[in-house]
Write a protein that binds this ligand. Structure first.
Ligand SMILES: Nc1ncnc2c1ncn2[C@@H]1O[C@H](COP(=O)(O)OP(=O)(O)OP(=O)(O)O)[C@@H](O)[C@H]1O
Length: 781
């Protein structure tokens, strides 16, 4: 469906533009080149805003006309030459100029005004161009001095010289505050102004202020350290609004001005860090004031004329709506304060336009915001006003852009009475440098020009000549008429002055009310500060007391620590002594142990030797016993003998079942004669404690009926009534290869309790010597 385009175009003729607020537009390049721009340029002065650039919905187009539209390809130089250069020409001729940038956040307002080092914006270009043009016409420094109340004082050359000497000694305080890294230099293309009056000397002053949350702060005032002090706006005797007590610093070069700008930026950053604010949420105002001392030949000798031109460069805060940025808390306060001041600016523009178009008398609400109050004079015809509307042509900013463009439309209809330079007359100090005492500073004052009523001419009547008298009367009547006319003029002038005075008195009264409320606020702040200070003092006293107690406790703890340290030292000493003693005892113990070991070794050796001797003797004895057994058939073996035999063979003794022995019986039993071949009818219990090696010996034990067991597992193994003989076989070999087989023989005798006992009655030893036997060394025997 084709929807008809909504087009609205308003062409302003050149004559209309004359004396109106000049509004320019600058389109910023889009961050993303692929993005579709929502604004199209129709001509160098007209642009059209497309509401739905991608053509998906209802497409609307709205045209806006400006004095000139700078495209995204326009450089900083072009903007400066079109916009600021004519203003600067006016400023050096004693006229005022106001230039402000308006637009949403990030639309390039700051870039247009300040730029960067390679692409200087309007401010650096103005400064460079100004000093390129007037540097050879500059007055001595401090000859003209700001009175901090919007006026200037002319000092004598002596006073100026003294101040210069003082400055050389002390160094400039502002320049001292700016660190080397913070200083900025901008490219200077040596542009000069066309018309600079050469019959005067110039002094340039700069000031840098900002309006944040509807409070005015001086960015060059260092009297309060890092904290910015809010200032009040006043009206001087010429009805010009100014920031009371603002630091206006005289600069003699572009570099001086840039240093001050850098200082202001730095202080702005510091103050905003303290306040946790964003610098772009404030309106910044950089003021350049050019003071001219005109050495006119028309004025009375020893008198000079002064004229002041001012250029105010204002970087307004972003104009977006509160809800768009989801602001809360501090940010919401900032945003609403920005919105309020910009709204007031709009309301003022609208009221002015309404008054001018319909001849109405609507009150312009300058006082509703500090921003509009400060620039009230400009809109009342005290200077040229220009505005650069900065636009970010992206679709998401469309709604805000439309608001900005509507405001621009209203603004450019405002008629501004063309300002004329104003001269202030003052007497120059006549004393020469170094002579007679310094003359008093002369303050510049405006010359009053009330009409003077001339006296009536004296007349002489000639009674003879009536014609002459008529002529005289006519002359008198003319003089009376002139006088009456002059009186009328005088009365009108007086009425005007009275009205003006009355109006002024009303304003002064309003100002007084405002000042009183400000004083009341300040008093309340001071009172609050004082009570806070008292609270702080009480807190400090409490803290000091707590600190004192803490120190006392600390001292006590220190003493305690020292006491404990002493105890620890003593204990350490004791521990060391104990350690030493322990060490000594240990050494003693080691020595004693060694001694005892030696003694025990000796004893053991002796015992072993003794045992060996005994063993040898026992062997000998056993040999003899054997011999005796062999020689006698019936030998009575006493229990002590059996004991002896048992002791001799400990290994085999372990295998003898102890439960069968009855010592009492053993002692009393008399063993019959040992007969190896006997007992033919007996059944033997052959107990092979150690599996014997089968020996192919000639001598074999004669046990025809026998039962062989390796171990005696149960009592019935022995108590079996069929068995009457027991034989334990043990075998061993010595180191030389000989094998000795021993047979311990006994009778199995049943006991009265149903058990059985073995009564040993003989030991047979069969020794088989190895044919490869090596003779035993004495030690091995
Ligand atoms: N015409 C331009 N050409 C190139 N870059 C630009 C132009 N305009 C703006 N920019 C860049 O866009 C960025 C935002 O610009 P700038 O800070 O001037 O916006 P602003 O409107 O002053 O924002 P704020 O309201 O937050 O102060 C900067 O990085 C700046 O360099």
């Amino acid at each position: 469906m084709n929807i008809p385009k909504m087009q609205r175009e308003k062409q302003l003729s050149n004559s209309d533009l004359r004396g109106t607020v000049k509004v320019f537009c600058r389109l910023r390049p889009l961050a993303d080149e692929a993005e579709f721009p929502s604004i199209k340029l129709l001509s160098p002065t007209t642009l059209t805003v497309i509401s739905d650039p991608k053509g998906k919905g209802i497409r609307k187009e709205c045209n806006y006309v400006f004095r000139h539209v700078f495209t995204s390809y326009s450089g900083q130089r072009e903007v400066f030459e079109h916009v600021a250069l004519p203003l600067l020409e006016d400023v050096v001729n004693g006229k005022n100029g106001l230039l402000f940038t308006y637009g949403v956040t990030g639309s390039g307002k700051t870039y247009t005004l300040n730029g960067d080092q390679a692409n200087p914006g309007i401010m650096p270009s103005c400064i460079n161009t100004l000093f390129n043009s007037i540097s050879h016409l500059q007055a001595y420094k401090f000859l003209i001095k700001s009175d901090r109340m919007n006026g200037f004082e002319v000092q004598s050359e002596n006073e100026a010289l003294e101040e210069r000497l003082r400055e050389t000694k002390m160094g400039t305080k502002h320049v001292r505050s700016v660190r080397k890294g913070d200083r900025i230099t901008y490219t200077n293309d040596e542009t000069k102004l066309k018309s600079v009056p050469d019959d005067c000397s110039f002094s340039v002053f700069v000031s840098y202020t900002e309006i944040y949350n509807n409070q005015v702060y001086d960015l060059l005032d260092e009297s309060n350290g890092k904290v910015l002090q809010s200032k009040i706006i006043r009206e001087d005797s010429q009805r010009n609004m100014y920031v009371n007590g603002v630091e206006e610093v005289e600069v003699k070069s572009a570099a001086d001005a840039f240093e001050l700008f850098a200082l202001g930026q730095k202080r702005k950053r510091m103050a905003h860090t303290l306040l946790n604010a964003e610098s772009s949420r404030s309106h910044s105002i950089f003021n350049i004031r050019v003071v001219q001392l005109v050495h006119s030949h028309d004025v009375v000798p020893a008198q000079s004329l002064m004229r002041v031109g001012q250029l105010s460069l204002v970087d307004l805060a972003g104009s977006e709506r509160c809800n768009r940025t989801n602001n809360t808390g501090m940010r919401l306060k900032e945003a609403s304060s920005i919105n309020n001041s910009l709204m007031t600016l709009r309301s003022c523009m609208e009221a002015l336009r309404e008054n001018q178009t319909s001849g109405g008398n609507r009150v312009v609400p300058y006082r509703d915001s500090r921003l509009t109050l400060l620039f009230k004079n400009y809109f009342e015809g005290e200077g040229q006003v220009q505005m650069i509307v900065c636009i970010k042509p992206s679709e998401q900013d469309n709604e805000e852009n439309l608001q900005v463009l509507k405001f621009a439309e209203v603004t450019q209809d405002i008629q501004i009475t063309k300002a004329e330079p104003r001269y202030l007359q003052f007497r120059t100090p006549t004393n020469k440098i170094g002579y007679t005492p310094t003359p008093k500073t002369v303050k510049a004052k405006s010359a009053s020009s009330l009409p003077v009523v001339s006296k009536l001419p004296s007349i002489r009547l000639d009674l003879d000549d009536c014609n002459d008298n008529i002529a005289i009367f006519e002359k008198l009547a003319r003089a009376v008429r002139v006088r009456k006319q002059r009186q009328g003029q005088f009365r009108d002038e007086c009425d005007r002055s009275a009205t003006h005075l009355r109006k002024r008195l009303v304003e002064i009264n309003q100002e007084n009310i405002l000042s009183k409320s400000e004083i009341r606020n300040l008093k309340a702040i001071i009172k609050k500060d004082r009570s806070q200070m008292q609270n702080q003092n009480v807190k400090i006293a409490d803290l000091e007391l707590a600190n004192h107690e803490f120190l006392q406790k600390n001292n006590e703890q220190q003493e305690l620590i020292q006491g404990l340290q002493l105890t620890i030292d003593e204990k350490n000493l004791k521990i060391n002594q104990n350690c030493l003693e322990h060490e000594k005892n240990k050494q003693k113990f080691v020595i004693q142990t060694e001694k005892l070991n030696q003694e025990l070794d000796n004893k053991l050796r002796k015992q072993r030797e003794q045992l060996e001797v005994e063993m040898h003797a026992r062997d000998l004895k056993l040999k003899k016993v054997k011999e005796v057994i062999d020689s006698e058939l019936n030998v009575e073996v006493t229990p002590t003998r059996i004991e002896t035999i048992r002791q001799l063979d400990t290994e085999t003794k372990e295998n003898i079942p102890q439960y069968t022995t009855t010592p009492a019986l053993e002692r009393t039993v008399t063993i019959g004669r040992v007969n190896r071949a006997r007992g033919v009818g007996d059944i033997w219990l052959e107990h092979n404690a150690v599996k014997p090696i089968a020996l192919q010996t000639v001598l074999q034990p004669s046990m025809k009926r026998r039962k062989s067991v390796d171990r005696l597992k149960k009592a019935t193994d022995v108590t079996n009534p069929k068995q009457s003989k027991y034989c334990l076989i043990a075998q061993e070999s010595d180191g030389a290869g000989d094998i000795e087989t021993r047979l311990y023989k006994g009778d199995i005798v049943p006991t009265c309790t149903g058990g059985a006992q073995v009564i040993f009655n003989g030991v047979e030893r069969l020794r088989e010597e190895s044919p490869t036997r090596t003779p035993l060394s004495p030690n091995n025997k």
